[in-house]
Design a protein around this ligand. Structure first.
Ligand SMILES: [Zn+2]
Length: 290
């Protein structure tokens, strides 16, 4: 074997080895995923609701004459690839009122202590730090501070978006529309959506309460994944008995979503938190402080 040929073989072999290592490196890069323990969750207080006519929350007369206090939290997810706010609490024009506000029908009395800007500050964030906003659904107790996130991308089911922004809704449901009208960066969803593409933060479509109602699944390193209900259930009794409020958009569809939710929760061994439940508010706060 002549010298030139030997040199050429050595060069070819070296290039092959180098190429192999750089291939391995890029291969490793592709499969690297954020560690679940690096995803943080915060629960913040978006106000309080006293339901004065609890009978609205069942198709039968079960709750006739009863009332109940509901929590109204919202959540911040801090993922290595971005931050998400889930839900918007009660409208911020309630902040600073001397007395809680009762709606004209007398069904609900609502209050909110602080604005999202102040509350985000308490965890070292500003509204401009939040890349994504997702709302379980378009009712005013979930849209309260949505307009503060005009630079964020709104993750919304396409049918929910159409329902709340069509020309008729802008007039007939102006109070609701006005709470989201500043959101202009829109990503329309058709069903489930894995927000960061790694299975840690997944929006699940669970229609019925509204046309495009959704819940949030968080597999972020706790013993069990966390599953936030949105308003699929408002309190424990309705989960136990699979009861739906009479004001839902579609009650049979809600019941189907309840079945799908329970199957999903069981399959994933999820820790379910009913967002409006005052005891679940405290239970999640305690879990996150650990
Ligand atoms: Zn609600």
């Amino acid at each position: 074997m002549d010298k030139t040929r030997t040199m050429r073989n050595i060069i070819v072999l070296s290039l092959f080895i180098l190429g192999f290592f750089s291939y391995k490196k890029s291969e490793q890069k592709q499969v690297l995923k954020p560690q679940k323990k690096h995803v943080e969750l915060h629960i913040l207080d978006g106000g309080q609701i006293t339901v004065n006519k609890l009978e609205l929350f069942s198709e039968d007369t079960t709750y006739q004459g009863q009332n109940k206090v509901l929590a109204d939290p919202y959540y911040i997810v801090i993922h290595p690839n971005g931050k998400l706010i889930w839900d918007g609490g009660l409208p911020e024009n309630l902040v600073g009122l001397a007395e809680p506000f009762t709606d004209p029908s007398g069904a609900f009395t609502v209050s909110r202590k602080d604005s999202v800007k102040n509350q985000l500050k308490s965890i070292g964030l500003t509204v401009n730090d939040i890349e994504y906003i997702a709302l379980s659904h378009s009712h005013s107790d979930h849209l309260g501070h949505a307009n503060a996130f005009k630079n964020s991308t709104w993750l919304v089911q396409e049918n929910e978006y159409d329902f709340i922004t069509n020309d008729s809704a802008k007039v007939k449901q102006a109070d609701t529309y006005n709470l989201i009208k500043d959101l202009i960066k829109i990503k329309k969803l058709k069903g489930d959506f894995d927000v960061f593409g790694d299975g840690t933060v997944v929006i699940k479509s669970m229609p019925g309460h509204t046309i495009g109602h959704q819940v949030l699944y968080l597999d972020i390193g706790f013993d069990q994944p966390i599953l936030l209900t949105g308003d699929l259930y408002h309190f424990e009794e309705n989960r136990t008995n699979q009861r739906a409020p009479i004001f839902n958009y579609d009650i049979p569809q809600t019941k189907e979503s309840m079945k799908a939710f329970e199957t999903f929760a069981k399959k994933n061994n999820a820790n379910v938190f009913i967002q409006h439940s005052t005891s679940d508010f405290e239970r999640l706060k305690a879990l996150l402080n650990n």
